[in-house]
Design a protein. Structure first.
Length: 350
């Protein structure tokens, strides 16, 4: 049996070049400390010896840093890339994380033991958690070992970048009420729920809608500004255009169809617009449609929506995650209602 060749270490490279082990380490992790020629000599020797560089796990253990920022998504990660909001948010987040010399790790969270275990074992310095309220206590082990957790919804504690989701609901509700709408259905993506009609009252839990959550806050704002008893909620399983299309088709095919539909995200609202047009209804005339977020396609499709600075939200979340000394740890971003052709006054035929 042949003898096993011992692994090439940093010490072997240092002896080959005639420098210290610390100098070899700097060639890989702190190149600004060396002249270009010396670093080139070290990397050439390392390549000839088959040395790929310091062990990442060992380096993380010694420094206490992984240079990785996790971002937590509820549900299947594939759906993340179908949502323009998530793509814009991730672009802003990546800008800050990369500026700090770190990388982004996409992580899936579901309320099961496998997801919880993966979250607790994650080798990350920070975590941005759009689903921070859903993950709840599962984030505590991370906080206890020093991982910075940044939310993207307003909360009474912790670090977060968010908007006033209750106020965003009020903006849409006030607009629709002024147009004369008294029968409004809301399409609420839940991430884990199914297509179902559910009742809504602010003093009790809504089946399938997590609380606290952006969905619950937007419903609360709508309830506060729409006429009493006018709010009907239909939950759909995923935050996708297809889910919005299916939910809206069910609502619009009914004999008692509402005069207005509000989707709790723009990507779902695009599906609502699809369903309305397939059913022969003109948005803004036979039925009004509104959404939230103002993704790029909202302007193209004429969707009335509440605008929030999505990419800037991601950038600030990344900044809080990577810079523990950033002075402002709770940031509320501005919102405004953008009225387009998808909403209009109630007509006798509606």
């Amino acid at each position: 049996m042949s003898e096993r060749t011992p692994p090439v270490t940093m010490k072997v490279v240092a002896e080959r070049v005639g420098v210290s082990i610390a100098t070899v380490s700097n060639a890989f992790s702190r190149p600004d400390q060396l002249s270009a020629q010396l670093r080139a000599d070290i990397l050439t020797a390392a390549d000839a010896l088959g040395y790929a560089g310091p062990n990442a796990t060992g380096r993380a253990l010694r420094s206490g840093r992984t240079d990785v920022c996790g971002i937590l998504y509820e549900g299947e990660l594939a759906n993340t890339f179908l949502d323009p909001y998530s793509v814009l948010f991730l672009a802003g987040l990546s800008e800050s994380v990369e500026a700090a010399g770190a990388s982004v790790l996409l992580m899936k969270w579901l309320p099961d033991d496998e997801s919880r275990g993966a979250l607790r074992r994650a080798a990350i310095d920070a975590l941005v958690a759009p689903s921070v309220t859903a993950a709840g206590a599962d984030l505590e082990p991370l906080r206890r070992r020093g991982v910075r957790v940044v939310g993207t919804q307003q909360a009474p504690f912790g670090d977060w970048v968010g908007i006033d989701n209750i106020e965003s609901g009020r903006l849409v509700g006030t607009h629709l009420a002024a147009l004369g709408h008294r029968d409004v259905a809301v399409i609420a993506p839940t991430g884990t729920g199914e297509l179902a009609d559910v009742g809504y009252r602010p003093d009790r839990a809504t089946p399938g809608v997590p609380s606290p959550s952006y969905q619950d806050d937007r419903l609360r704002g709508l309830w506060q500004t729409l006429p009493a008893g006018s709010l009907r909620v239909v939950t759909c399983a995923t935050n996708t255009r297809q889910a919005g299309r299916e939910a809206a088709a069910r609502v619009l095919d009914a004999a008692d169809r509402p005069t207005a539909l509000v989707a709790l995200s723009d990507v779902v609202a695009l599906g609502v617009l699809d369903a309305a047009r397939v059913g022969g209804l003109t948005p803004g005339q036979e039925v009004s449609v509104a959404g939230f977020d103002d993704i790029p396609d909202a302007a193209y499709t004429g969707l009335t929506t509440v605008r929030q600075p999505i990419r800037e939200k991601g950038r600030l979340a990344g900044l809080l995650a990577m810079d523990p000394d950033y002075p402002q740890r709770q940031i509320t971003l501005p919102i405004d209602l953008v009225v387009r052709s998808s909403t209009g006054p109630v007509t006798p035929s509606a």
